[in-house]
Design a protein around this ligand. Sequence first.
Ligand SMILES: [Zn+2]
Ligand SMILES: [Zn+2]
Length: 252
Amino acid sequence: METLDYNVFAEKCVADLKILQEKFQKDYDLDWYEDWFYNQATGLLTFSTNEVKLNFKYFQVGSFSKKSDTWKWSWANDHTLDNVKETTKVIREFGQSSNFPKLIEGCFPSDEFEAWEFTAISAKIANGIGVYRPVDDEQLKIFLVLTELVDNESAQKTKDKYVECGIHEYRRRAFICQHLTTKKIVGFEEAFETYEDMELGDEDDFQAWCTKCEMERQKEDGWNDKSEAFAKIKLVCEKCYFEMKESNLGHK
Ligand SMILES: [Zn+2]
Ligand SMILES: [Zn+2]
Protein backbone atom coordinates (compact mmCIF):
# COMPACT_ATOMS: atom_id res chain seq x y z
CA MET A 1 0.00 0.00 0.00
CA GLU A 2 1.24 3.44 -0.87
CA THR A 3 1.70 5.63 2.16
CA LEU A 4 1.14 9.33 2.10
CA ASP A 5 4.16 11.43 3.00
CA TYR A 6 3.18 14.07 5.53
CA ASN A 7 5.34 16.85 4.13
CA VAL A 8 4.19 16.28 0.59
CA PHE A 9 0.58 16.22 1.75
CA ALA A 10 0.95 19.37 3.89
CA GLU A 11 2.64 21.28 1.07
CA LYS A 12 -0.13 20.33 -1.33
CA CYS A 13 -2.75 21.52 1.16
CA VAL A 14 -0.96 24.87 1.60
CA ALA A 15 -0.75 25.35 -2.16
CA ASP A 16 -4.45 24.48 -2.54
CA LEU A 17 -5.39 26.83 0.26
CA LYS A 18 -3.61 29.68 -1.49
CA ILE A 19 -5.83 29.20 -4.52
CA LEU A 20 -8.93 28.71 -2.40
CA GLN A 21 -8.22 31.83 -0.36
CA GLU A 22 -7.66 33.98 -3.44
CA LYS A 23 -11.03 32.91 -4.77
CA PHE A 24 -12.60 33.49 -1.38
CA GLN A 25 -11.19 37.03 -1.18
CA LYS A 26 -12.36 37.75 -4.69
CA ASP A 27 -15.85 36.40 -4.05
CA TYR A 28 -16.43 38.24 -0.80
CA ASP A 29 -14.01 41.18 -0.71
CA LEU A 30 -13.41 40.85 3.03
CA ASP A 31 -11.11 43.89 3.17
CA TRP A 32 -14.10 46.08 2.48
CA TYR A 33 -15.58 45.30 5.91
CA GLU A 34 -14.59 47.42 8.87
CA ASP A 35 -15.51 45.08 11.70
CA TRP A 36 -15.57 41.40 12.40
CA PHE A 37 -17.02 39.37 15.22
CA TYR A 38 -17.05 35.67 15.94
CA ASN A 39 -18.72 33.70 18.63
CA GLN A 40 -18.28 30.08 19.65
CA ALA A 41 -21.86 29.66 20.86
CA THR A 42 -23.41 30.60 17.53
CA GLY A 43 -20.49 29.29 15.50
CA LEU A 44 -20.79 32.36 13.31
CA LEU A 45 -18.15 34.76 12.05
CA THR A 46 -19.65 38.05 10.92
CA PHE A 47 -17.99 40.81 8.95
CA SER A 48 -19.74 44.14 8.91
CA THR A 49 -19.67 47.74 7.83
CA ASN A 50 -22.49 49.55 9.56
CA GLU A 51 -25.62 47.62 8.63
CA VAL A 52 -24.06 45.57 5.86
CA LYS A 53 -23.23 42.13 7.14
CA LEU A 54 -21.59 38.99 5.84
CA ASN A 55 -21.83 35.78 7.89
CA PHE A 56 -20.04 32.48 7.76
CA LYS A 57 -20.29 29.28 9.69
CA TYR A 58 -16.85 28.38 11.03
CA PHE A 59 -14.91 25.91 13.09
CA GLN A 60 -11.84 26.62 15.16
CA VAL A 61 -8.84 24.60 14.02
CA GLY A 62 -6.64 25.41 16.97
CA SER A 63 -4.44 28.06 18.45
CA PHE A 64 -0.80 29.00 18.38
CA SER A 65 0.69 30.49 21.53
CA LYS A 66 3.51 32.91 20.87
CA LYS A 67 4.35 32.87 24.53
CA SER A 68 5.11 29.16 24.70
CA ASP A 69 5.62 28.53 20.97
CA THR A 70 3.12 25.70 21.03
CA TRP A 71 0.26 24.60 18.84
CA LYS A 72 -2.94 23.27 20.38
CA TRP A 73 -5.67 21.54 18.38
CA SER A 74 -9.15 22.66 19.34
CA TRP A 75 -10.27 19.14 20.23
CA ALA A 76 -7.62 19.25 22.97
CA ASN A 77 -8.75 22.64 24.23
CA ASP A 78 -11.24 22.57 27.11
CA HIS A 79 -12.03 26.26 26.62
CA THR A 80 -13.31 25.74 23.11
CA LEU A 81 -17.00 24.88 22.79
CA ASP A 82 -17.96 21.60 21.09
CA ASN A 83 -19.99 23.55 18.61
CA VAL A 84 -16.87 24.92 16.91
CA LYS A 85 -14.45 22.04 17.52
CA GLU A 86 -16.36 18.88 16.54
CA THR A 87 -14.90 19.01 13.05
CA THR A 88 -11.34 18.90 14.35
CA LYS A 89 -11.98 15.36 15.56
CA VAL A 90 -12.34 14.37 11.93
CA ILE A 91 -8.88 15.84 11.28
CA ARG A 92 -7.51 13.78 14.17
CA GLU A 93 -9.14 10.62 12.79
CA PHE A 94 -7.60 11.34 9.42
CA GLY A 95 -4.24 11.75 11.19
CA GLN A 96 -4.72 8.40 12.89
CA SER A 97 -5.53 6.54 9.71
CA SER A 98 -2.65 8.23 7.85
CA ASN A 99 -0.26 7.90 10.77
CA PHE A 100 0.53 11.63 10.96
CA PRO A 101 1.67 12.31 14.56
CA LYS A 102 1.17 16.07 14.25
CA LEU A 103 -2.53 15.60 13.58
CA ILE A 104 -2.92 13.24 16.51
CA GLU A 105 -1.05 14.96 19.32
CA GLY A 106 -3.12 17.61 21.11
CA CYS A 107 -0.46 20.14 22.02
CA PHE A 108 3.23 20.39 21.07
CA PRO A 109 6.07 22.84 20.24
CA SER A 110 5.49 24.43 16.86
CA ASP A 111 5.66 27.68 14.90
CA GLU A 112 3.29 29.95 13.03
CA PHE A 113 4.13 28.50 9.66
CA GLU A 114 3.04 25.11 10.86
CA ALA A 115 -0.12 26.59 12.32
CA TRP A 116 -1.04 27.71 8.80
CA GLU A 117 -0.17 24.24 7.54
CA PHE A 118 -2.58 22.67 10.02
CA THR A 119 -5.21 25.18 8.99
CA ALA A 120 -4.65 24.33 5.32
CA ILE A 121 -4.95 20.61 6.06
CA SER A 122 -8.14 21.22 8.04
CA ALA A 123 -9.64 23.34 5.27
CA LYS A 124 -8.84 20.55 2.82
CA ILE A 125 -10.32 17.72 4.86
CA ALA A 126 -13.41 19.66 5.97
CA ASN A 127 -14.12 21.20 2.56
CA GLY A 128 -13.63 24.75 3.82
CA ILE A 129 -14.44 27.71 1.59
CA GLY A 130 -11.80 29.92 3.18
CA VAL A 131 -9.79 30.56 6.32
CA TYR A 132 -9.52 33.44 8.73
CA ARG A 133 -7.26 34.44 11.57
CA PRO A 134 -8.92 37.06 13.76
CA VAL A 135 -6.33 39.44 15.11
CA ASP A 136 -7.53 40.04 18.64
CA ASP A 137 -4.70 38.67 20.71
CA GLU A 138 -1.09 38.88 19.59
CA GLN A 139 0.00 36.24 22.10
CA LEU A 140 -2.60 33.64 21.20
CA LYS A 141 -3.38 33.26 17.53
CA ILE A 142 -6.64 31.54 16.66
CA PHE A 143 -7.14 29.86 13.30
CA LEU A 144 -10.59 29.45 11.78
CA VAL A 145 -11.88 27.54 8.77
CA LEU A 146 -15.06 28.89 7.24
CA THR A 147 -17.38 26.24 5.90
CA GLU A 148 -20.42 28.02 4.50
CA LEU A 149 -22.01 31.37 3.86
CA VAL A 150 -25.01 32.11 6.08
CA ASP A 151 -27.61 34.63 4.91
CA ASN A 152 -28.42 37.54 7.22
CA GLU A 153 -31.87 36.31 8.14
CA SER A 154 -30.69 32.85 9.24
CA ALA A 155 -27.71 34.38 11.06
CA GLN A 156 -29.98 36.76 12.93
CA LYS A 157 -32.31 33.92 13.82
CA THR A 158 -29.39 32.02 15.31
CA LYS A 159 -28.09 35.07 17.17
CA ASP A 160 -31.54 35.81 18.58
CA LYS A 161 -31.47 32.43 20.31
CA TYR A 162 -28.65 33.65 22.54
CA VAL A 163 -28.42 36.14 25.33
CA GLU A 164 -25.57 37.85 27.12
CA CYS A 165 -25.78 36.92 30.81
CA GLY A 166 -24.05 39.01 33.45
CA ILE A 167 -22.83 35.84 35.18
CA HIS A 168 -22.52 33.22 32.46
CA GLU A 169 -21.60 35.32 29.43
CA TYR A 170 -23.06 34.34 26.08
CA ARG A 171 -25.60 31.51 26.33
CA ARG A 172 -28.81 30.22 24.82
CA ARG A 173 -31.84 32.17 25.89
CA ALA A 174 -34.56 30.88 28.21
CA PHE A 175 -37.82 32.32 29.46
CA ILE A 176 -39.06 32.26 33.06
CA CYS A 177 -41.82 33.86 35.10
CA GLN A 178 -40.97 36.77 37.37
CA HIS A 179 -41.25 34.63 40.51
CA LEU A 180 -38.59 32.04 39.79
CA THR A 181 -35.29 32.43 41.61
CA THR A 182 -32.57 30.20 43.00
CA LYS A 183 -33.28 31.42 46.52
CA LYS A 184 -36.83 30.27 47.12
CA ILE A 185 -38.73 27.13 46.23
CA VAL A 186 -41.75 28.22 44.22
CA GLY A 187 -42.22 25.22 41.94
CA PHE A 188 -40.96 24.74 38.41
CA GLU A 189 -43.40 24.05 35.58
CA GLU A 190 -42.05 23.65 32.09
CA ALA A 191 -43.41 23.89 28.57
CA PHE A 192 -41.69 20.57 27.87
CA GLU A 193 -39.25 18.21 29.58
CA THR A 194 -35.75 19.72 29.46
CA TYR A 195 -32.16 18.97 30.34
CA GLU A 196 -29.05 21.08 30.08
CA ASP A 197 -27.32 21.35 26.68
CA MET A 198 -30.18 19.50 24.99
CA GLU A 199 -30.82 20.23 21.35
CA LEU A 200 -33.76 22.47 20.66
CA GLY A 201 -35.86 22.66 17.54
CA ASP A 202 -35.95 25.93 15.64
CA GLU A 203 -39.26 26.90 17.19
CA ASP A 204 -38.50 25.70 20.73
CA ASP A 205 -37.31 27.70 23.73
CA PHE A 206 -36.74 26.81 27.35
CA GLN A 207 -39.81 28.08 29.23
CA ALA A 208 -40.64 27.70 32.90
CA TRP A 209 -42.96 29.21 35.47
CA CYS A 210 -43.81 28.79 39.15
CA THR A 211 -46.70 26.93 40.79
CA LYS A 212 -48.71 30.12 41.31
CA CYS A 213 -48.38 30.98 37.64
CA GLU A 214 -49.44 27.46 36.76
CA MET A 215 -52.60 27.90 38.85
CA GLU A 216 -53.27 31.21 37.16
CA ARG A 217 -52.67 29.65 33.76
CA GLN A 218 -55.12 26.83 34.47
CA LYS A 219 -57.71 29.24 35.79
CA GLU A 220 -57.43 31.23 32.57
CA ASP A 221 -57.45 28.08 30.47
CA GLY A 222 -53.96 28.75 29.13
CA TRP A 223 -51.73 31.70 28.47
CA ASN A 224 -53.67 34.88 27.79
CA ASP A 225 -53.25 38.57 28.62
CA LYS A 226 -54.23 38.01 32.22
CA SER A 227 -52.10 34.97 33.01
CA GLU A 228 -49.20 36.49 31.10
CA ALA A 229 -49.48 39.71 33.04
CA PHE A 230 -49.34 37.67 36.23
CA ALA A 231 -46.26 35.74 35.08
CA LYS A 232 -44.42 38.71 33.57
CA ILE A 233 -42.17 36.39 31.61
CA LYS A 234 -38.55 37.50 31.44
CA LEU A 235 -35.44 36.51 29.59
CA VAL A 236 -32.53 34.68 31.27
CA CYS A 237 -29.67 32.52 30.06
CA GLU A 238 -29.81 28.72 29.82
CA LYS A 239 -27.41 28.28 32.73
CA CYS A 240 -29.49 30.50 35.02
CA TYR A 241 -32.56 28.54 33.95
CA PHE A 242 -31.08 25.21 34.98
CA GLU A 243 -29.73 26.62 38.23
CA MET A 244 -33.30 27.66 39.05
CA LYS A 245 -34.63 24.30 37.98
CA GLU A 246 -32.16 22.53 40.22
CA SER A 247 -32.80 24.70 43.26
CA ASN A 248 -36.55 24.35 42.82
CA LEU A 249 -36.75 20.66 42.08
CA GLY A 250 -33.65 19.41 43.86
CA HIS A 251 -30.80 17.58 42.21
CA LYS A 252 -31.64 15.73 39.04
ZN1 LIG B 1 -44.59 32.68 38.52
ZN1 LIG C 1 -26.96 33.20 33.38
